[in-house]
Design a protein around this ligand. Structure first.
Ligand code: OOG
Ligand code: MG
Length: 262
């Protein structure tokens, strides 16, 4: 790696590049090809790039956890849990049509979503985390790395807001619904493309919420009442092609569908 160690990295300039790539849907070289970035630098870039979205009028609506399952870690070759910020503009309506305009090389993965009705911050137990949850739902996430060939290192993907791009939420269910071992099927055009279990998410998706509370606190933030937390994909993500009909079915939680524009 030809890292530039002689001069301080301009984190704001990299944030502007990450934001423009996400905004216009174009691929960029990995930041770590040319810059030595720590994980802390990468979260600063993420925060600064999201600030640019907020300045354009978007609103923070929650966070997504990433790389919380072996399947996801293996698919992208990064084996650390990460998080990213979700804004209202990323919401894709359930049952809606997704245009591929503005994406680089989007993929879709099954998710479980938490809706918080109380704030959560710092180190909490699983029971404390669940007591802040107002509802749970089946969900799907559209991820889209802005890096060429969907290849990145840990600091790259964090700086790129953990590939956040879009999310689809199913109907909210009672937080009393057990979610520790639910069968998950991701269907493409009526056929199963990926099959898994919610147990693949850190052993129990609640652990992902505990991690979210802890990791977000490291950035000086708290999870707020009304926010959504995505627990992370339980299976590998699949590439989206024009005309695809995608459906995520989660046992006891229901299904979400999205169709890619032809
Ligand atoms: C990174 C984002 C990971 C998940 O659920 O694991 C993620 C990526 O795969 O590009 O969203
Ligand atoms: Mg995800």
């Amino acid at each position: 790696m030809a890292a530039d160690t002689s001069t301080a990295v301009d984190l704001a300039a990299l944030a502007a590049i990450a934001d423009a790539a996400a905004h216009h849907g174009h691929a960029i070289p990995q930041f770590t090809n040319d810059h030595e970035l720590s994980v802390a630098d990468a979260y600063t870039i993420q925060s600064m790039s999201i600030d640019r979205r907020l300045e354009r009028g978007e609103r923070l609506v929650g966070v997504k956890m990433g790389l919380t399952s072996r399947a996801k870690m293996q698919q992208v070759g990064v084996d650390e849990v990460i998080w990213g910020r979700l804004t209202d503009a990323m919401r894709v309506p359930e049952g809606g049509i997704l245009s591929l305009d503005g994406y680089v090389h989007p993929r879709l993965e099954p998710e479980i979503a938490f809706l918080l009705d109380r704030p959560l911050a710092g180190d909490v137990s699983g029971a404390e985390a669940m007591s802040a949850v107002g509802a749970v739902a089946a969900a799907a996430e559209v991820i889209d790395s802005r890096f060429e060939n969907f290849r990145f290192s840990l600091p790259d993907v964090i700086a790129d807001n953990s590939s956040s791009s879009g999310f689809v939420l199913g109907d909210w269910r009672s937080p009393d619904t057990p979610i520790d071992n639910l069968g998950i099927v991701l269907e493409r055009n009526g056929r199963p493309a990926e099959v898994g279990s919610s147990a693949a998410i850190l052993g129990n998706p609640v652990r992902s919420l505990v991690e979210a509370s802890r990791m977000v606190a490291d950035a000086g933030l708290a999870l707020e009442a009304g926010w959504i937390v995505l627990a992370g994909g339980a299976t590998a993500a699949i590439p989206l092609e024009a005309g695809d009909a995608l459906r995520v079915v989660v046992e006891h939680l229901g299904a979400v569908t999205v169709t890619v524009a032809a």
